[in-house]
Every structure is written in structure tokens, then in C-alpha cells.
Ligand binder design. Structure first.
Ligand code: HXC
Ligand code: NAP
Length: 292
């Protein structure tokens, strides 16, 4: 199985300038590492400049290409405008925006303060809106084409989910934005797509979704029909394709990469998976017409 290997050919992203929010950690970092291997130049951004600088130094040491760390809290539009200015000052252009920054924690909804609700919605929904608006306006005003947004959502953007209601609401909004702008901004040569990852181990997500000893008690991989969590490289492969010119006709799409996790509880008869071959033989003997 080759899913732990890079998929695209060398230089598939040559000279593309890719801005990754939340690019200093977790999945944002993993996607960025692969984009660099394919010839891209990066801007990585989040709130913590010391994390970004360390990641950028390690990335440049490994790949020899350019990585610009920029502190930016995506909740604030003025900081996002500065992110755009710094990107243009350094590289002269931006080609791809990866809206990946997020905040999340689990809680019964009735226990949330209004401020706790806003903490998640402001990062995910308002933050993705701020970055999209700033870069989109720039591309449109300057008649720059062949640009794209890639937004990281979740499968509960369309199913909803208990205990992560602010995140589900915000990701649903990001998905609506993705599909809306795919049509509205297509005429400007701007594509908008999304990926809905299933469980991919990261410190940021798993320490908040499974705090304390929940990680030992609940194995997220067991919820997945393929019985494993995702490998960062397989997400990076998909993301690299979707932001590359090879995906020039893909627009308004959300690609699920979750081993069928979200469908697990959806199919009405999926629960029959507990039956053994002997059970199936017995049931067949009851229900099949005699002689067939
Ligand atoms: C209830 C909580 C809480 C918790 C914080 N709050 N944590 N309420 N349960 N666990 C409340 C606080 O009491 C406060 O409300 C309000 O939220 C804001 O808290 P702050 O700490 O001031 O917020 P802030 O510094 O902005 O931090 C935001 C954060 C934090 C979301 C709370 O976790 C963060 O920075 N996260 C970034 C990284 C992250 O979450 N990564 C995971 C993405 S994973 P009051 O009323 O007291 O002022 C993901 C996976 C999806 O999205 C799906 C996986 C399958
Ligand atoms: P992560 O490492 O915690 O990534 C979240 C990033 O967002 C961090 O780098 C964080 O950096 C940044 N961030 C948070 N608030 C910000 C703000 N206000 N402004 C700018 N940056 C901010 O978690 P992850 O698992 O890699 O998550 C990455 C993406 O994948 C998220 O969109 C998440 O919803 C999605 N996802 C993950 C999983 C999974 O299983 N891991 C599943 C489905 C979807 P700072 O703290 O420095 O700001």
C-alpha cells in the first residue's frame, strides 16, 4: 500500500505561493511540508510566532525552499490584511489560500457560555471569512486568475454532531461559503474547494476532543470501517492535487477522506456487521428459496 508516499510528480506545485493558516502545527504543517517538496513557497500563519518560526526553520532545513512565518490572528481583519501585505512584500504574489486554522473543544452545549461559543465560531467561521475576503478582493481587484481556496472542514459540517455544536455550525458555514464562491468567483478564475478529513491524529485536535484519559478509553480508529486513523501523507496528497493545476476543473467540491467513518452509522443495516459467517449461513438457510 502506497498511501504513506508522496503521490504527485516533482515540481507539481513549482513556484506556487501557498498561504496556510494554522500552518505551524498538525495537519497544516504536514500539508505544507509536502507542498514544499513539490516546489511551492509557503507562508505559514497562526497566533504563536515562536511556534511558526521553529516550524519554518525546520521546514527550510529539510526542504531548502522558502517558508515565511507571519503571526496573524485570523479573527481580526486588520491582521489578515497585514498577512496579505507581508505575503505580497515577500513573494510578490499569492496563489493558493489553505483555510486550515481552527479551534474546538467538546462540551454539552448547555454548559457553554456565549463567549465559549464565540471562541470557536470566531476562529473557524469568521477567520475563514476574513482570510477569504481579503485574498479574494486582492485577486479580483488586480485581475489575477488561476487562484484557489482550499478549506478544511469536517464531515459533521453536513451531519451535525453533539458536543461540538459551535464547530459544526462554523464548519457548515465554511462549506456553504466554499460552494457559494465556487460559482460566484469562477468568472474571476478563482476556484474554491474543501476537504472533510476523518480522524487524523494531531496533538491539537486529539487533546481537545479526547481530553484526559479519554484517549486511552476511546479509540477513534475503531469508529472507522477501515479500522485505522488517517495518515497525514494521504491528506497531503489529496490537498496537493486539489491546489495544483491538475485540478483546474475541480470547483465547489468537498472531498471526504475518512475511511467511511461518517457513513458508519448512516446505513440502516450497517449494524449487521456484528454477524459471523455462521450467522449468515443460518440466515441464508432461512431466507433463500429451497434448491438455490
Ligand atoms: C467549555 C471552554 C473550554 C472547554 C475554553 N472555554 N475551553 N468552555 N469547555 N473545554 C471557554 C472559556 O471558558 C471562555 O469562556 C471561552 O471559551 C474562550 O476561552 P479562551 O481560552 O479565552 O479562548 P481562546 O484563547 O480564544 O482559545 C480558543 C480555544 C482553544 C478554541 C478555546 O482551544 C484554542 O486556541 N484552540 C486552537 C487549536 C484547536 O482547538 N485545535 C483543534 C482543532 S480540531 P468564558 O465565558 O469563561 O470567558 C478540530 C477537529 C474537528 O476542529 C473534528 C475531528 C473529528
Ligand atoms: P491543530 O494542530 O490544533 O491546528 C489548528 C491550528 O489553528 C493551530 O496551528 C493554531 O495555531 C491555529 N489557530 C487557532 N486559532 C487561530 C487564530 N485565531 N488565528 C490563526 N490561527 C489560529 O489541529 P489539526 O488537527 O491540525 O487541525 C487542522 C484542521 O483540520 C482544522 O481545520 C480542523 O478542524 C481540521 N480537522 C482535523 C481533524 C483531525 O482529526 N485532526 C479532523 C477533521 C478536521 P495557534 O494556536 O498558534 O494560533
Amino acid at each position: 500500500m502506497k498511501y504513506k508516499e508522496g503521490m504527485l510528480r516533482d515540481e507539481a506545485l513549482k513556484d506556487k505561493v501557498i498561504v496556510i493558516t494554522g500552518g505551524g502545527t498538525g495537519l497544516g504543517r504536514s500539508m505544507g511540508e509536502y507542498f514544499l517538496r513539490l516546489g511551492a513557497k509557503l507562508v505559514i500563519t497562526s497566533r504563536k510566532i515562536e511556534v511558526l518560526e521553529k516550524t519554518a526553520a525546520e521546514m527550510m532545513a529539510s526542504h531548502g525552499s522558502e517558508v515565511l512565518p507571519v503571526a496573524c490572528d485570523v479573527r481580526h481583519y486588520d491582521q489578515v490584511e497585514q498577512l496579505l501585505s507581508k505575503t505580497l512584500a515577500h513573494y510578490g504574489k499569492a496563489d493558493v489560500v489553505l483555510n486550515n486554522a481552527a479551534g474546538n473543544f467538546i462540551s454539552p452545549t448547555e454548559r457553554l457560555s456565549p463567549n465559549a461559543f464565540d471562541a470557536v465560531i470566531d476562529i473557524v467561521l469568521k477567520g475563514s471569512k476574513n482570510v477569504t475576503l481579503a485574498f479574494g478582493k486582492h485577486w479580483i481587484e488586480n485581475k489575477q486568475t488561476d487562484k484557489c481556496f482550499l478549506n478544511i472542514v469536517t464531515t459533521y459540517a453536513w451531519t451535525g454532531s453533539s458536543f461540538v455544536v459551535p464547530s459544526a455550525m462554523a464548519k457548515a458555514g465554511v462549506l456553504a461559503m466554499t460552494r457559494s464562491l465556487a460559482v460566484e468567483w469562477a468568472k474571476y478564475g478563482i476556484r474554491s474547494n474543501a476537504i472533510a478529513p476523518g480522524p487524523f491524529p494531531t496533538k491539537g485536535a486529539w487533546s481537545r476532543l479526547l481530553p484526559g484519559n479519554l484517549q486511552e478509553k476511546l479509540d477513534l480508529a475503531k469508529q472507522v470501517p477501515l479500522k485505522r486513523a488517517g495518515e497525514h501523507q494521504e491528506l497531503a496528497n489529496l490537498a496537493a492535487y486539489m491546489v495544483s493545476d491538475f485540478a483546474a476543473y475541480m470547483n465547489g467540491e468537498v472531498v471526504t477522506l475518512d475511511g467511511a467513518e461518517w457513513l458508519q452509522d448512516a446505513g440502516q443495516l450497517n449494524f449487521l456487521d456484528v454477524l459471523t459467517p455462521e450467522h449468515w449461513d443460518y440466515l441464508a438457510s432461512l431466507s433463500k428459496p429451497k434448491g438455490s
